[in-house]
Design a protein around this ligand. Structure first.
Ligand code: FCB
Length: 476
């Protein structure tokens, strides 16, 4: 059976075909479904990614409370009220997890530091346990010849700072600089690369305007302030790291290709605004020292006083840009949306278990614009890409034949290969994620891992997607 038929069966009511480039038969694919990997340049880095709150287990090792611990306690904030207390207990199983990274043949591991694990109150109360955990983790990577790609902030803000206004309070940017300095002093010489912030749009808009993530606000003023302060935090951290001579610094942006729901003027204009808020706000500031006009007009009354003064600093040089890509968005004008006057509507392409449309071509569109309009010559890292699918464990729970996920990876890697052939400076690719984990508001109900986790026993079971990477990576 061909893989395209699997899609056709699953989505037959939609009568849509995935844009398959190669009609391989199943035998070919079983031999080496991610064979495309072998044709990537020799110095291209394949890795896999996780983040602290999603895997570590926030109840272990003296970790302080984060705003995600609090958010998860609010009614209906997360699936079945689930939280990251235990998660994958990576604090205990980190060696096993690094072995999985190494055994797959990945040369890099993207992880994040947990701010409340290092500083319980986010400021001065050090947790030495936390510092020694990351010592072991980083040394464990180096011992396995895995490059540590670190992120300073992947969303677990210390609750003590959240109590003081979190990302709507400019002081948080200063405390973030202090936290960055502590990381530089202890770990800087062992980090291959450092990203300041993971997905500033999620930190600000998704969490303060749409209310889906901690702290769960639905408030335009709070959102606008956080949209600016998260960039000030990025800039502060970059300045600190430069003063420590830290090399290889960047930021990770999430990108979706935006398309209007129709050709009407209303939808086209709505789509432009959505594109600015989601994609361009951060690029314009980081690479051009300005904010996009339509959005600034909407935000103006709530922008912090003298925000312009920060823009030249936000525009300071970075060494690479990280792109997380999963899907596209379809935007429709909606007069009942109180501020932005647009909403996102469902499209008709095949979807992942998150309900996200599978649209590999969006990666090409996003990256082409990234290079032409913004990041120009600096390196691009694809810091996340992957798919949630409903995994079925068979054969005594030992086999997970996640062919849809393998296909998703294959289609996105094909796009990347063509871009690299066209001289787009993409240097690495990270599969999201190494492990099934706490998928934020979706709890443990959505699974992105290359490796399945049984949360009762903490037994890890590699899926066929893991083996597909392993088979391809061994030829590099
Ligand atoms: C990204 C996040 C990551 C994970 C994936 C599915 O937005 O960075 O933590 O939740 O989505």
């Amino acid at each position: 059976m061909q893989i395209s038929l699997i899609y056709d069966q699953k989505y037959k009511n939609r009568q849509i075909r995935l844009p398959l480039k190669h009609q391989n038969n199943e035998d070919d694919l079983n031999m080496n479904p991610l064979k495309i990997i072998e044709s990537f340049p020799h110095d291209f880095i394949f890795g896999t990614a996780t983040s602290s709150y999603q895997i570590e287990g926030s109840s272990f090792g003296g970790c302080g409370r984060s705003h995600w611990d609090s958010f998860a306690q609010k009614p209906n904030a997360t699936y079945k009220g689930q939280n990251g207390n235990i998660a994958c207990n990576h604090i205990q199983y980190w060696e096993k997890d690094l072995d999985l990274v190494a055994d797959a043949g990945f040369k890099a591991y993207r992880f994040s530091f947990s701010w409340p694990r290092l500083f319980i109150d986010g400021k001065t109360t050090r947790n030495n346990n936390g510092f020694s955990f990351y010592d072991r983790l980083i040394d464990g990577m180096l011992a396995r010849e895995i490059l540590p790609f670190s992120t300073l902030y992947h969303w677990d803000l210390p609750q003590n700072l959240a109590d003081k206004g979190g990302w709507t309070n400019r002081d948080t940017c200063k405390w973030f600089a202090d936290y960055t300095e502590a990381i530089m002093q202890r770990f800087g010489d062992r980090l291959h690369s450092v990203a300041t912030i993971n997905e500033p749009w999620c930190v600000s808009w998704l969490s303060h305007y749409l209310g889906h993530h901690a702290p769960g606000l639905r408030n335009l003023e709070a959102a606008v302030r956080s949209m600016h302060y998260i960039l000030v935090a990025h800039s502060n951290a970059t300045e600190v790291m430069r003063s420590y001579n830290q090399k290889n610094l960047g930021i990770v942006l999430n990108k979706e290709h935006m398309m209007p729901a129709s050709n009407t003027d209303e939808d086209v204009e709505a789509c432009k605004l959505s594109d600015e808020i989601y994609n361009l706000w951060f690029d314009e500031a980081i690479f051009k020292g300005q904010y996009p006009k339509k959005t600034l007009k909407l935000f103006h009354q709530y922008m912090p006083e003298n925000f312009e003064i920060d823009l030249p600093q936000i525009n300071r040089k970075i060494d690479w840009i990280g792109i997380n890509y999963y899907t596209r968005s379809i935007i429709k004008a909606d007069q009942y949306e109180p501020n932005t006057k647009f909403i996102t509507v469902a499209g008709d392409l095949p979807k992942t278990d998150m309900g996200w449309e599978i649209f590999p071509a969006g990666l090409t569109k996003i990256l082409t614009r990234q290079v032409e309009s913004y990041s120009k010559t600096i390196s691009i890292h694809i810091t996340e890409n992957g798919m949630a699918s409903h995994d079925v464990l068979v054969n005594g729970s030992k086999v997970i034949n996640d062919q849809d996920r393998i296909k998703y990876y294959q289609l996105h890697l094909e796009e990347l290969k063509t871009l690299i052939d066209n001289k787009i400076p993409i240097k690495s690719y990270f599969a999201w994620s190494l492990l099934d984990n706490f998928e934020w508001a979706f709890g443990y109900n959505k699974t992105f891992g290359l490796v399945s986790v049984n949360y009762d026993t903490q037994i890890r079971t590699p899926k066929n997607s893991y083996y597909a990477f392993q088979r391809a990576l061994k030829f590099l």
